[in-house]
Design a protein around this ligand. Structure first.
Ligand SMILES: C[S@@+](CC[C@H](N)C(=O)[O-])C[C@H]1O[C@@H](n2cnc3c(N)ncnc32)[C@H](O)[C@@H]1O
Length: 199
């Protein structure tokens, strides 16, 4: 097993405050998407690998019914505190995302992806696609911000837009997959925003 597939790897990073990925705020591309005319009708949303909950809080503040999942207990505990501070109601679950299917099969209108796909070992990417498909209702959508850097190794493990399309296009219509122009400075020119519909 790759060490990144063990919750203790991530739990330790939270305990030692080595959380370089943590923006302390929702990802700007999600903010602009939800404020844009391309935005979508609020519904039930699963945030996978939700960390401290900033993206979950954003979607909840826009009227979505949000469920956040992360297998690191420290992340879930911080996410609950952050949601309480912002006065939004979100259900956070300490779960391994690869075990969600039995509990949440076909339960969601949307799945939100942000720095979870790049955190799992690349050998689990096909399982991840099947997981997202199983969590969504037919026609449900994946709203994803993908880390498309080209450095070797990880985490974060990079992926190219072409690879993303190859992984998802068998089970999803790729509505859009575009470079992002409002990434945080450290991720500029290394992110793609995707909206995919479950076939
Ligand atoms: C790079 S962090 C990103 C956290 C959050 N999305 C953010 O942007 O701040 C990856 C997160 O995914 C979680 N994670 C990784 N693999 C997971 C799995 N199999 N099940 C649940 N959570 C997982 C980790 O615990 C960690 O909180």
């Amino acid at each position: 097993m790759n060490m990144v597939d063990d919750y203790q790897f991530w739990q330790q990073r939270y305990e030692e405050e080595k959380t370089g990925w943590d923006l302390g705020q929702p990802a700007p591309p999600f903010v602009s998407f939800l404020n844009s005319t391309d935005s979508i009708t609020p519904g039930r949303v699963a945030v996978l690998g939700c960390g401290k909950g900033y993206d979950a809080i954003l979607f909840a503040s826009k009227g979505y019914q949000v469920f956040g999942f992360d297998f690191a207990p420290a992340a879930i505990s911080e996410a609950r505190k952050n949601a309480a501070k912002k006065g939004v109601s979100i259900e956070f679950f300490q779960r391994d995302i690869f075990e969600l299917e039995k509990e949440f099969l076909g339960s969601f209108d949307y799945v939100v992806e942000h720095t979870c796909f790049c955190a799992i070992s690349p050998s689990k990417r096909t399982d991840y696609v099947q997981l997202v498909k199983s969590l969504l209702r037919p026609n449900g959508k994946l709203i994803g911000l993908f880390f498309t850097h080209s450095r070797q190794g990880g985490p974060p493990f990079g992926v190219t837009p072409e690879e993303i399309k190859t992984y998802f296009s068998k089970d999803f219509e790729i509505i859009c997959l575009e470079p992002v122009n409002n990434s945080i400075p450290a991720r500029q020119n290394e992110e793609h925003f995707g909206l995919f519909r479950r076939l």
